[in-house]
Design a protein around this ligand. Structure first.
Ligand code: HEM
Length: 157
């Protein structure tokens, strides 16, 4: 699946290597400023957070979300990210606000941002957001057990 708009926008913000480059630091600072100013509920959750560690972690998890979109591979570290939210009791609608704020940060950092860029980012991050929502609603155990299950189609009894 080709999503050139997304790829170009992503590269204009992070460069080619999000994992190892320091490019994009200010992107995540702006993202968390936007996100935590959305509600007291959100700012309270991050009240005692070491934000420089948080930014490094979320940068890596964004990369995992993009991998999930591009290849369909749900990495162990994405499961880990979902697990890290399990005990926080985050209502699913906060994941939509998370994505809205990420798009707002993209608008600030991509000089050629427009409506098509927004759509491109929303398409790219939707699988990851859906996974995170499912994980927080159902707990991630059912998704983990799926790995061990035999996927061979069986004849109906
Ligand atoms: C797809 C969306 C999200 C991604 C990719 C993401 C990513 C992450 C990552 C990588 C961590 C660090 C986990 C660790 O320490 O092992 C984290 C922690 C956290 N996330 Fe998220 N997150 C998302 C959505 C949310 C939402 C919607 C909230 C709700 C407010 C939230 C609140 C938190 C909090 C409170 C922490 C812990 C901070 C601390 O250690 O003090 N996250 N997130």
């Amino acid at each position: 699946m080709k999503n050139t708009r997304f790829e170009n926008s992503f590269k204009s913000i992070f460069g080619d290597q999000i994992g190892i480059s320091s490019k994009g630091e200010s992107f995540f600072q702006d993202f968390y400023t936007l996100f935590t100013s959305r509600s007291e509920e959100i700012s309270d959750l991050f009240a005692r957070t070491d934000m420089s560690r948080q930014i490094a972690m979320v940068k890596a998890s964004l990369y995992q979300m993009v991998t999930f979109y591009a290849s369909g591979v749900l990495t162990e570290s994405m499961r880990g990210t979902a697990r890290a939210h399990e005990h926080l009791n985050i209502p699913p609608q906060l994941y939509d606000i998370w994505l809205d704020c990420l798009i707002e940060a993209v608008a600030l950092h991509d000089p050629v941002f427009d409506e098509k860029t927004e759509l491109a980012w929303r398409l790219a991050l939707s699988p990851g957001i859906t996974f995170m929502k499912l994980a927080c609603e159902n707990s991630i155990r059912p998704l983990e057990e799926e790995k061990a299950r035999d996927h061979t189609p069986r004849a109906r009894e």
